[in-house]
Ligand binder design. Structure first.
Ligand code: HEM
Length: 528
């Protein structure tokens, strides 16, 4: 009996000691380290933070104490602003062109994508160009540079145009559906932009038509939807609980918890990998029969180079599908939003397109790169959409070892936020009208390629340096073809004219929250 009391006392003592230790550890990680001991304490920091939620980086949506654009404008800084994430973790927002240039270009090899980002993206992108680091990345990048050069991308315009035509056909069918007397109808753009851009990456990237524009039940689109699920309440709470330890060790353990969402993400990833594998086999069979059967798409060119194993090629295909599909889809959604909010721009763009391009309904007439690229206002409009609503609003980097940025000492393991959404609206770089949507800035003399920005780092949509978007020319050409085709054929108006579109909260891309619901109507003048 006496022994049992002693046992209980010992267990109670042990439990109290463990709880006290955990509390001290949390206190140190949450309060003491980030406020007193951190070597980053001299970097300007926005006032006020919640212990639980930190000052999590939000997407810009107007002045707000947690809005990084607001910090950029109100907190005096010399290139870096420190803020806290959930659990007291520190992060540095990079605000000056000089600091961006150091991290992205001059000292690019000192900075990598953090391990927890690589783990999170792995299922979606595979281990291709986006996630490779160091020498492996250099070799992969060198192999793919030629196929993403303008010399090659210009040959892909007819593919972009043919899918843009198909998009206009399915949209016209949607107007006619159920009620042939109706001339306009409300459509949610997201599903159509997503299907169009997936089909385009499929055709131009791997000579394979997923046919998702025509097939509403397309398996591959369903699988991508599964991958974009937001974390459940349990996963979020679990992440918050572990987050203080992320400062010590990354908390990607959350990804290893076998929740239903993680199971579905892994299944979807397996499904898409198998589709990629089958496409490669088909290509190899064709190539075995005749070398002239090899196409001009990205993967055929990689196959010809003999640099990649089949598994490595699957990773690259996953990368191109993921990196090239959602981003351009989001850019097209914002384009439609801009057209609705600025009807004068829509009219002027339609006039240029209708005057200078052949009918989109005419399937006998092809389009070349020069047909599209000579349309100055189309180019200005697309550039402004990409500036104003960068589809990747923020990316992150981690310092590989102790270094300096903007004159500040930066210890190994420091995490930086590189934010196109902040930099693309920086009044110091773009002038006082930085927060105004104005394609005209790209039409001024000598500004066609720069929009008049004072430093090239000011346009950060595709970032810069050795890790910049390799698909930027592909994306710009694709977006221009899609915008030209839909503006030439349809008139767009928001379902709710006064609606100010919000960004989605989750995901990598900054997509419009409601997928852009518009009235769409076939216009006179540019139809067969
Ligand atoms: C409007 C459309 C697009 C935007 C805004 C965009 C933006 C970006 C950004 C910001 C990065 C850098 C990410 C980081 O390092 O953290 C990136 C990388 C990348 N993008 Fe894009 N992208 C777009 C379209 C495309 C397309 C169409 C493709 C391919 C078909 C593509 C393929 C890639 C690849 C492979 C990388 C990794 C490059 C490397 O690390 O060497 N992107 N993109």
């Amino acid at each position: 009996m006496g022994l049992r009391v002693f046992d209980l006392q010992f267990v109670a003592f042990l439990a109290t000691a463990i709880l006290s230790l955990i509390s001290i550890l949390y206190f140190y990680i949450l309060i003491l380290y980030p406020t007193i001991f951190t070597p980053l304490r001299d970097i300007p920091t926005p006032p006020g933070r919640s212990l639980l939620t930190g000052a999590t980086l939000r997407l810009p949506g107007g002045p707000h104490t947690h809005d990084p654009r607001y910090w950029r404008e109100t907190i005096p800084n010399d290139g870096l602003i420190r803020f806290y994430l959930v659990g007291g973790r520190e992060r540095l927002l990079v605000t000056s062109a000089k600091a961006l240039s150091e991290i992205l270009v001059t000292k690019a090899s000192h900075f990598v994508k953090p391990e927890f980002v690589r783990r999170r993206l792995y299922y979606v992108t595979g281990n291709g160009l986006l996630l490779a680091e160091g020498e492996e990345h250099s070799v992969q990048r060198k192999s793919f540079m030629p196929v993403f050069s303008f010399r090659h991308v210009k040959d892909l315009y007819p593919i972009f145009w043919s899918k843009a035509r198909e998009l206009t056909e399915v949209l016209a069918d949607q107007i006619a559906i159920n009620n042939s007397k109706k001339t306009k109808r409300v459509i949610e753009m997201r599903q159509w932009t997503s299907r169009a851009t997936l089909d385009i990456v499929g055709l131009a990237g791997m000579d394979h038509d997923f046919g998702s524009l025509k097939d509403p039940h397309s398996q591959i689109i369903q699988q991508y939807k599964k991958m974009q699920q937001s974390p459940s309440l349990f996963e979020t709470l679990f992440g918050v609980l572990l987050s203080p330890f992320a400062a010590v060790k990354d908390a990607s353990v959350v990804l290893r918890v076998p929740t239903r969402r993680m199971k579905e993400i892994k299944e979807a990833s397996r499904f898409i990998r198998n589709v990629c594998r089958a496409i490669i086999r088909e290509k190899q069979d064709k190539a075995d029969q005749s070398s002239s059967q090899i196409g001009i798409d990205l993967i055929s060119v990689a196959l010809k180079s003999d640099t990649f194993s089949n598994d490595a090629l699957v990773d690259q295909m996953m990368t191109f599908l993921a990196a090239g599909h959602g981003t351009t889809s989001v850019a097209l959604q914002w384009s439609v939003y801009a057209l609705c909010k600025h009807q004068d721009v829509q009219q002027r763009l339609r006039q240029e397109i209708c005057e200078q391009l052949p009918l989109v309904t005419d399937d006998n007439v092809g389009i070349s790169a020069s047909d599209i690229d000579r349309l100055a206002y189309l180019r200005a409009f697309c550039n402004e959409v990409l500036r104003f609503w960068p589809p990747v609003p923020s990316t992150i980097r981690e310092s590989l070892h102790d270094t300096t940025v903007a004159g500040h000492y930066i210890p190994k393991g420091t995490i930086f936020s590189i934010s196109p959404a902040v930099t693309n609206h920086d009044a110091e770089l773009w002038g006082p009208d930085a927060n105004v949507f104005d394609p005209e800035r790209w039409m001024r003399e000598g500004c066609a390629n720069s929009g008049g920005v004072k430093n090239s780092h000011g346009f950060l949509t595709f970032i810069h340096g050795p890790r910049s978007c390799i698909g930027d020319k592909f994306a710009r050409a694709e977006l221009a073809c899609l915008v030209a085709a839909i503006v030439g054929r349809f008139h767009f108006e928001l379902e709710d004219q006064d609606k100010v579109e919000m960004f989605t909260k989750g995901g990598i891309s900054a997509a419009p929250a409601d997928g852009i619901r518009v009235y769409i109507e076939v216009v006179d003048g540019w139809q067969a």
